[in-house]
Write a protein that binds this ligand. Sequence first.
Ligand code: FE
Length: 334
Amino acid sequence: MNPAGALARVALLLTLVAAPALSADPLVVYSARNEQLIKPLFDRYTRETGIEVRFTTADAAVLIERIAAEGRNSPADILMTVDAGELWRATERGLLRPLQSRVLADNIPAHLRDPEGRWFGLSMRARTLAYDPRKVDAASLSTYEALAEPRWKGKLCLRTSKKVYNQSLVAMLIAQQGEARTEQVVRGWIANLAAPVFANDTQLLEAIAAGQCEVGIVNTYYLGRILKDRPEFPVKLYWANQGSGGVHVNISGAGVVTTSRQPAAAQRFLEWLSAGEAQRFFAAVNAEYPANPAVGLDPLVAGWGTFESSQINLGKAGTLQPQAVRLMDRAGYR
Ligand code: FE
C-alpha cells in the first residue's frame, strides 16, 4: 500500500473509532433481561446513532434496590425488566418517570403500558397451557380454571409461586374473576399436582415430555427455545380461555429512571425499540411476540397460531400482586 493509501486508511479508522465519542453521553440500561437478548440490539443502536449503550444485568429486585440506593447519583437511564409486576414495583418506589411520547403511545397497545406513561411493554409473552399430546386430547382442555377440576388429579404440573410470572397470572385471574373464585381455582390446582412445584418453566416442560405430568402452565418462549434445538420435542401449546378473557400475557418492558440526566435521549432509545426491525428482533430473539402489533412474528412463533389475549391493563399485575401472593400462600401453593 502506498503512503497516501495508508494515510487514508488511518483517517478512515479514526473516523470510525471517533464517531461514538463525538456524540452524546452513553446511555446506561439496568436490565433484568439477559445479555444475549439485548446486546446485539444495543450495538445496532450505537451503529445507527453513535450513542453508546452500556448495560448491567441482574434480577429486577436487585436492580430496583440499586437504583434506590444510588439515588441522585445513579448512572441508570433505563430500567428494563421481564414482568410488568417488577416495573410496577419500581413505580411504587418512585424510580420511573412519566413520559409524554406520541411514538410510544402509537406503537404500544394501551393494555401493555402504564396509563401514566412510566413503563412500556417492548415484547409480549404469553403464559398458557402446555400438554402431552400422547396422553391429552386438546378438546379436553379449555381454561386455566378448568385445570382445577378433579379430572386432572395427579396430572397437573406448576412452577413455583415464588416466580413473579405466576404472581402476575394469579393477579390477573383475580382482576377477571374476583378473589373468591380465584382462590377456589388455585386450591384445585394444588390438589391436582402430579409433582412438587418446579423451579422453572423448562423443567416443567421436560417433566411433561418425560411423562411425569400431562399438562402445565408455561411461557411459550421456553418451548420455543427447546424447539429450536429439538424440533421433535413432544409437548404442544393450547391457547387458554379463548372466548373467556383470553390468554394471560405479560411483557418484557422498560421505563426511564427518574434520576436520569438525559431523559430525552433515553426516551428516544425506547421509541426506537418500539418499532421496526428493533422491535422484530427484540421479540424474535427469544421467541416472544412483538408488543407493537404492526411488527411481524418469528416463523416458529407464527406456527403456534393466533389467539385472543387478555386486554386488562398489566398494571393490575402489580396492584393486585400482594393480594395474589397472600392468596397463593393460603391455598398452599409453594
Ligand atoms: Fe422467563
